[in-house]
Ligand binder design. Structure first.
Ligand code: AVJ
Length: 317
């Protein structure tokens, strides 16, 4: 690197410094999703052990006509964290049968993902009008106000499960604030189930989830000039029944010191010490109902798969 070249510090540096100085150590799970991490997550969704994506798609395929009927039309459909919109085509087709022109607004932080989403929806539902919105949720949901007419907001994949209770209800309340009476939210939630199903979903035999978890360290090595030695850490996935969540960690296999040069930081690890990288909350219907209720929504109807592993919930403003 040329000495006088100015390398901007990533905007997450303060969070990383704070997280790695805390006890227990933590890192924000949003750091998973650089280009490599996003590709690894797509790979996770195709793993035999990772059931949520498949099961949610199955619920959508089996019930999209009924979901469209329950919603009433016409509506504009806004998908938060749309990614590449792999699951949305079937739902848009159901709405297309009931209304003149379906307007679909996929919202994501990744322009690349949105370009892919647009392509996929063009094929799956050629009649739909697709208007991608590049937005970061930390800036609020003001873009919702500028979309005219009745709205259905999709928040699928149990992405809500990454948030603690207060952050989840805070986020849903902010969405609620931008909506009008009659508008609705379709929320996907992973349900509480046996740890024999849950743990392998977050610790697969092929080690893809382990690679996804460690990708945070790869990213910090690259973007903060760090020297994390990957083989000195292992991926851990644990079910915490008290808090109703899967907990993901990286555990240091030995006592070591890691340097993050651009953060001006040395991080000391004991043998067996962990970095908490992610939570993934699992819900009961009662939890979903109260989460929606305290956020201002009224749960109107839920759809499940046969084993009730995953739920889709229609909540009205
Ligand atoms: C994208 C938050 C829904 O919690 O299941 C998958 C992320 N992490 N495997 C989830 C994830 C490890 C995923 N969400």
């Amino acid at each position: 690197m040329i000495a006088h070249e100015v390398v901007p510090l990533p905007d997450y540096v303060a969070e990383v410094v704070h997280g790695l100085s805390s006890r227990p150590k933590t890192l924000p799970c949003k750091l998973f999703y650089d280009a490599r991490g996003s590709a690894l997550f797509e790979e996770i969704t195709r793993l035999p052990e990772y059931y949520p994506t498949r099961v949610e798609l199955e619920i959508l395929q089996d019930n999209s006509r009924e979901i469209a009927r329950a919603m009433g039309s016409p509506v504009s459909i806004i998908e938060l964290g749309a990614g590449t919109a792999t699951k949305t085509g079937t739902l848009l087709r159901a709405f297309a049968r009931r209304q003149m022109r379906v307007k679909y607004f996929p919202v994501d932080i990744s322009p690349a993902a949105l370009a892919e989403a647009k392509k996929k929806i063009r094929e799956a539902c050629p009649g739909a009008l697709v208007r991608p919105v590049v937005a970061d949720f930390s800036n609020g949901f003001h873009f919702l106000k500028s979309i005219p007419g009745r709205k259905l907001v999709l928040y699928l994949g149990s992405s809500i499960g990454n948030f603690d209770w207060n952050d989840a209800t805070g986020m849903l309340r902010k969405v609620h604030e931008q909506l009008s009476p009659g508008d609705a939210l379709l929320l996907g939630t992973d349900m509480v189930k046996s740890s024999e199903i849950l743990v392998p979903a977050y610790d697969d035999a092929q080690g893809v989830t382990s690679e996804f978890d460690k990708n945070i360290l790869v990213r910090l090595n690259r973007e903060l000039d760090g020297d994390f030695h990957l083989p000195s850490f292992r991926h851990i996935a644990e079910w915490n029944p008290m808090r109703s969540r899967m907990e993901i960690y990286l555990e240091s296999l030995l006592a070591q010191v890691v340097t993050l040069r651009m953060a001006g930081m040395e991080v000391k690890f004991d043998a067996g010490e962990r970095i908490h990288t992610e939570n993934s909350y699992k819900y009961t219907l009662q939890m979903v109902e109260s989460m929606l209720c305290v956020s201002g929504f009224k749960l109107e109807r839920s759809w499940f798969d046969r084993r009730e592993w995953f739920g889709l919930h229609l909540a009205r403003v």
